[in-house]
Design a protein. Structure first.
Length: 145
């Protein structure tokens, strides 16, 4: 039986270098602006039932509330610890797509122009910002040597 301690993945030099690159990337100005805008978009999505006036439709209200908070939390996670959360950057664009299509997929929704425009615009913003942060993280955070 060997008594030599095995090297943990957390202390592996390649992992440490990769995390340092992601931390450097996350500290630059462009990702911080994108993540800040994504936090605002997520908070708007969460508050939109009361802003636009469809809070009486419980199913879509809850949908927007949860999706909006998830977007905001993802953006805060990316802004604070991108080296640890870069593996789930694909979730924000998917939530953007969900916000776009949810007025037609969620049951018991009486669709109005304001409701549809609100969800489509905030969903498109989340989709674009999420794809941007995902693309920037892939090109600048992990692939340069």
């Amino acid at each position: 039986m060997s008594t030599t301690p095995s090297m943990s993945m957390e202390t592996h030099p390649d992992i440490a270098e990769l995390r340092a690159r992601y931390d450097e990337f996350g500290g630059s100005a462009v990702p911080q602006v994108v993540e800040g805008l994504m936090v605002l978009a997520g908070l708007y999505a969460a508050a939109s039932p009361w802003i636009v006036g469809f809070s009486g439709q419980t199913s879509l209200t809850m949908c927007n509330l949860f999706a909006g908070f998830a977007v905001a939390l993802l953006a805060v996670g990316h802004a604070t610890t991108f080296s640890r959360t870069h593996g789930i950057t694909f979730v924000a664009p998917l939530l953007g797509v969900w916000l776009i299509v949810s007025p037609w997929l969620v049951s018991n929704v009486s669709r109005s122009a304001g409701l549809i425009w609100s969800n489509v615009v905030v969903g498109a913003v989340v989709l674009v910002l999420g794809a941007a942060i995902m693309g920037m993280g892939m090109t600048r955070g992990g692939s340069r040597r």
